[in-house]
Design a binder for this molecule. Sequence first.
Ligand code: HDE
Length: 735
Amino acid sequence: MSAVDKIKNMVSGEKGAKVAQLDAVSQTVSKNDRLTTDFGVKEPTADEWLRVTSEDKTGPMLLEDNYARERIHRFDHERIPERVVHARGAGAFGNFRLFESAEDVTFAPVLTDTSRETPVFVRFSTVQGSRGSADTVRDVRGFAVKFYTQEGNWDIVGNNIPVFFIQDAIKFPDVVHAVKPEPHNEVPQAQSAHNNFWDFVYLHEEATHMYMWTMSDRAIPRSYRMMQGFGVNTFTLINKNGERHFVKFHFTPELGVHSFVWDEALKLAGQDPDFHRKDLWEAIENGAYPKWKFGIQTIPESKEHEFDFDILDATKLWPEELVPIRYIGELELNRNVDEYFTQTEQVAFCTAHMVPGIGQSDDPLLQGRSFSYFDTQLSRLGINWQELPINKPVCPVMNFNRDGQGRHTITKGTVNYWPNRFEARPPATQQEGAYRDPPFSVQGIKARTKSAKFREHYNQAQLFYNSLTPPEKSHVAAAFAFELDHCDDPVVYERMSQRLADIDLELAQTVAEMVGGTKPTKASRANHGKTAKNLSQTAIQPEKPTIASRRIAIIIADGFDKVTYDAITTTLKASSALPFTIAPRRSEIYPAGADKTPGNGVQPDHHLEGMRSTMFDAVFVPGGAQAVQTLMKSGRAIHWIREAFGHLKAIGASGEAVQLLKHAIALPEIQLSSDDKAIESYGVVTIGKISPDSLKGAVTIAKEGTGFVQKFWYQIAQHKNFDRELEGLNSQVAY
Ligand code: HDE
């Protein structure tokens, strides 16, 4: 299709140009292009403003220069208001495939037609920070999916945490004001660690469950690709018999759920504030397409009241023991955006965007959301926001909505109302696919209140906490200790320390002691001791361990062991991991025995000062006497190893480099190999004498692997070695 045809398609607004419409006005910049003004005239210059001048004098600039003025005008208006929440984000295109029909609960073709591929656009985000804030802050992550279905757009505007801070939309401005920077000095940026947030959530008890999640590792994900997505609100599904089910939507990542440790996330916020954006981009460019299983939890309408919580309360999850997830589809992201602004920035989601067969419920948070999203797009993008290419449905849009600022669609004909004498554009019948609101009875008293079950706020907060592993629990305690340390008003940290005794006494005592609050002596509410499955993220792991798309730093210096280096690099690539060579400098590094002629060495990807260990998932150091001697003398190289150790990452070394590890991590508990037998100790894998053959070949990643590669790969796949932390080994190494 020619560019002109594409544009024609877009402006007509009626031709079903399917996916191509998403790119409708895309242009590729080419060297054959010539600069023009916005009105199409070729520009006289790109460099000089028209002015009065002579050979020895530069005179005044002339306002009559239309070309220069147009440039400045356009530039002055480049920014649109950033999202009031979720301002910082990254997006990508992909597909949704269904492998099992859910026709027993819905008639929506997107959830019943297994022969379809539905194009999607997904935007991940943080919530609190401004557009330019860092990716790795402690925060909830947005997980918003736009399905371009043949019946219209369906948006699931979800998060990576299954519950929310509030039950009723009316509280949204308060929770957002409380968490955002404080009003007097606009500090702090993108974090909840301040008086106002903890003041608010102490007083607003329904936030309790959610902040237990935000203080857990869920709020510092390693990657957008390694987190779950939850629709959070309760929606409904309607089947062809008109029966209604309540539903929660789930996306579960193929790579498992993984997180940073806090020190790593903190440092990355400065060292690489774009870490998550780059990670998503890099994975897609490398063909490591992120995938999520799509699942639904459904409850028949007749069973709405059979739970000890209200299933319409967004501060509660539906434990999988009670309502299992049925996985029916798969979401894959496989194409990066062409332009950030017109796609990722201008994409606009709306919880009211639902297709026939999917509906709202009386979840009191959802109703308010559905109003808010349309409303916010008006100030961000204007009334014609749904005409922007990224927001435009792939099916025809035909109605009598008209005009407004920035209108693109040109509709021919003499009528713009229904009914009309031409019988043009009548509403569809149900057989023709009209959206259906199934009739159901509503009874009650009009009042500002909710059902009694909405008033219970602690059971699931305890359930979540109880379900965590010991390292996860200690991360929660450390997160509270960090956050409350940033609160300088004693009322705030004192009260919060007491509040934690409503969840778990030991947690409350640990935190109170750390932050200078009064240590509670007894639980203010008994912990029911119950747990539920899949609340600990350690349970949500890939079916087979994998190191695909993990970033592995290989540290070398002049005189390194090239045979081992080559073998490890090749085998990592064969396992779809991403090896990066790091050295004291980025110019060529020469292996042991090679003469230093350009071309004989290896060109590193980065030097040790340019990157930090935080940007990688694991570190490997090959031997080579001279190289190891150099690295031993480099404080930065030692720090790389110590920091990776402190951040619980897999570390591997061979030959002389085993000595480097001994030097960097001088702990008696860590066993290191001095001969040809690979040893794994607390995620540190070493081999003293290495035969290159033992590094080659396909690698099956399993716990019981015996060779160096098998052991090291398994540790990388684990992502973190929590035993190091349980034994306090990491805290004995300065990092
Ligand atoms: Fe949002 N939310 N929200 N939210 N939300 C916005 O819409 C709002 C809530 C979520 O990548 C805004 O287009 C209200 C829950 C995501 O573009 C705004 C309430 C969940 C995104 C808005 C909530 C979310 C937003 C700001 C309480 C998880 C980013 C810009 C009633 C299920 C979407 C925009 C993107 C964005 C309102 C609560 C997720 C102002 C009023 C619960 C992922 O309309």
